[in-house]
Ligand binder design. Structure first.
Ligand SMILES: NC(=O)c1ccc[n+]([C@@H]2O[C@H](COP(=O)([O-])OP(=O)(O)OC[C@H]3O[C@@H](n4cnc5c(N)ncnc54)[C@H](O)[C@@H]3O)[C@@H](O)[C@H]2O)c1
Ligand SMILES: [Zn+2]
Length: 362
């Protein structure tokens, strides 16, 4: 199977993203070739380990495997402490490297452990969810949640390599897979009309997870977009902020439901609807583009209900988010398919109107 290499030229550390079906069976060879430290410690979750552990470990010759629970509710410092314990028990040193095999939660926690253990050791990501493959494994953001909010503690720590094997996605449940597809739609709306057209055209084959003709090129394109953006703006001072499209309101939907109701991507889908409604109301997004977006989004199927969510609580949650500066709300708003603008003057009245328009309760 052909292997694709996409380079991330991040100023703090350049690294490749390798993309290929069944790349996992040659994990050791790839890591060796990239001169990744050969004292390797795996970090994964029980579920991923049960489904894929054998395939991952055969031939990798790791010092140890640290298995910690995943899911948003495990993403806290106590779990990271367990990773440190595992690293200590394996006598991991400066010349060791962490290999994170899992979804975004494992990647963010193992990445944070690697960023901080002995003031920083190498990490390679082997992402196993669609969200992690197209987004979280690339870009070096690591961290955990505090009780007060998501990702409040963390570090930028670029990986030494990202190894994307789409065959992991066959065991992902339907809802997780769709949740990742919403993030793909986010890239399409924010950055690429071409990706939008491809999603629309190949939708059936993509949701059936037909790799070679449909899903593989989509993952490839997302990785390229993320690689380009991280290369340009490693620390999210500028262009990287466009990737927050759908996330300002999306985080509020997650927070008011205490991370129980929505998968992250589903909340982002609502966040994108809010942003599109704001764009429409400002006369910045024409009706055709908005319709095309809404039509494609509907093909993804039903989202969890929002009728019972109160706009006042959602607005408070938006206001608590990191994206307020001087009391004004920062939003990434669409101006067309594949185009967005960053605005910093969204008023609470506008936001309330948009939340009501997409179906939230009063
Ligand atoms: N660092 C970043 O730049 C960045 C970007 C986006 C999101 N994130 C973070 O990513 C997290 C969400 O990641 P996620 O959606 O991957 O969630 P997750 O890591 O919790 O995984 C979701 C579920 O899928 C299971 N799973 C993983 N791989 C599987 C496979 N191949 N087959 C079957 N089941 C599998 C997991 O066990 C888990 O139950 C959030 O915490 C978010 O903050 C980080
Ligand atoms: Zn996201």
């Amino acid at each position: 199977m052909a292997l694709t290499r996409i380079d991330v030229a991040a100023p703090s550390q350049p690294y490749p993203v390798l993309l290929g079906e069944d790349l996992t069976s040659r994990l050791k060879a790839h890591l060796d070739e990239l001169r990744f430290p050969d004292r390797r410690v795996l970090v994964s979750s029980p579920r991923v380990w049960r489904l894929h552990g054998e395939r991952v470990t055969s031939g990798l010759d790791a010092l140890a495997s640290i298995i910690v629970s995943d899911g948003e509710r495990s993403k806290h410092l106590r779990t990271v402490l367990r990773i440190y314990d595992g690293l200590i028990a394996a006598a991991a040193d400066r010349g060791s490297g962490v290999v994170a095999v899992g979804g975004g939660v494992i990647g963010d926690m193992a990445g944070f452990a690697a960023a901080t253990y002995l003031r920083g050791i190498a990490v390679a990501h082997v992402p196993t969810t669609l969200l992690a493959q197209v987004d979280s494994a690339i870009g070096g953001k690591t961290g955990v949640n505090l009780r007060e909010g998501k990702n409040l503690v963390g570090a930028f720590h670029q990986p030494s390599a990202v190894l994307v094997d789409p065959s992991f996605l066959h065991t992902l449940d339907r809802r997780e897979f769709r949740a990742g597809l919403y993030e793909v739609l986010r890239y399409a709306m924010a950055c690429s009309g071409l990706l939008f057209d491809r999603l629309d055209r190949d939708f059936e084959a993509i949701v059936r997870r037909r790799l070679a003709p449909a899903l593989l090129p989509v993952i490839d394109q997302c990785c390229r977009i993320k690689a380009r953006i991280v290369t340009e703006d490693e620390r999210e001072q500028g262009v990287r902020r466009v990737l927050n499209f759908g996330h300002t309101a999306g985080h509020a939907f997650e927070a008011v439901t205490r991370y129980r109701r929505f998968r992250h991507g589903e909340a982002v889908a609502y966040g994108m609807l809010v942003a599109a409604e704001l764009g429409r109301r400002r006369g910045r997004l024409d009706i055709e583009a908005r319709e095309a977006f809404a039509r494609l989004l509907r093909r993804f199927g039903d989202l969890p209900p929002i009728r019972d969510l109160r706009t006042s609580e959602l607005m408070e949650a938006v206001a608590r988010d990191k994206k307020i500066v001087d009391g004004r709300l920062h939003f990434v708003l669409p101006t067309g398919i594949g185009q967005v603008e960053i605005v910093n003057d969204v008023t609470t009245e506008e936001l309330e109107g948009a939340l009501l328009a997409i179906g939230c309760g009063g």
